[in-house]
Design a protein around this ligand. Sequence first.
Ligand SMILES: NC(=O)c1ccc[n+]([C@@H]2O[C@H](COP(=O)([O-])OP(=O)(O)OC[C@H]3O[C@@H](n4cnc5c(N)ncnc54)[C@H](O)[C@@H]3O)[C@@H](O)[C@H]2O)c1
Length: 293
Amino acid sequence: MAAVIKKVGVIGAGQMGGGIAHVAALAGFDVVLNDISADRLKSGMATINGNLARQVSKKGVTEDDKAKAIGRITLAEKLDGLADCDLVIETAVEKEEVKRKIFHELCAVLKPEAIVASDTSSISITRLAAATDRPERFIGIHFMNPVPLMELVELIRGIATDDSTFEASKEFVAKLGKQVAVSEDFPAFIVNRILLPMINEAIYTLYEGVGNVEAIDAAMKLGAHHPMGPLELADFIGLDTCLSIMQVLHEGLADSKYRPCPLLVKYVEAGWLGRKTQRGFYDYRGAKPVPTR
Ligand SMILES: NC(=O)c1ccc[n+]([C@@H]2O[C@H](COP(=O)([O-])OP(=O)(O)OC[C@H]3O[C@@H](n4cnc5c(N)ncnc54)[C@H](O)[C@@H]3O)[C@@H](O)[C@H]2O)c1
């Protein structure tokens, strides 16, 4: 029998954690949102408020739904505020040692029957599970960015994940109104395993002078009906994140076809990380994005 999930803890109030808290609260779950930074908790809540307001103005959500969703979210500056959650989803930075430390501290206070999940984009679920006291109740629940808009969630079982954890997670995702794709626990799972080599190849196409930024993005938008060009998309994801996922693929699968493009490395070294730093393959500092190559 799958466990009943009513109360959801979210660790990390950044773009992913805030988005997960938003959709879970809107779906009727009680949510406890945690972050090491009190400022991040405040700005995370402000973003949730703003995004819900946008949904109200687009008529997808009523004022009453919005007020109820906000009312279901409580903030916790310490992990012991998550002790009685039925499911805790970790969405802190993509650094294995940070995640391991969080799981160690969380498991010391969390009720034993609770499920623990990570939203990692690329780190092995089996390895993260081994850092907890409950590998059988540990799972990868990988949301897509931006969470309120994207329809898919990948579910990744670690080697020890039991059936009831998997079924409860599947039910949870269905209640959020999202579709599940089940992935085995291999580097970068399904979406990023396919998407990131395509983006990396687009950067090689630029690096080798086959086309410029505009030509490459126009080619894939108009020639393959992609809603965003690959370089525009790379800027949206963050070039540092793109590089770290390529490194996980390269190291994890030991195949030279995943080698990160030197031009991607150069942009990251320059601190041109895409939209979040206002410069990447496009410069976002003016009224309109301008290609940087
Ligand atoms: N950005 C994406 O497109 C995307 C998509 C899917 C999954 N992910 C994954 O989600 C995770 C978070 O990514 P993000 O884009 O939301 O990052 P982000 O930088 O927006 O947010 C991370 C948050 O975690 C907090 N944090 C750091 N250490 C913490 C700790 N010890 N305890 C509690 N909170 C802590 C930070 O203060 C920050 O608010 C990563 O594992 C990433 O790989 C990201």
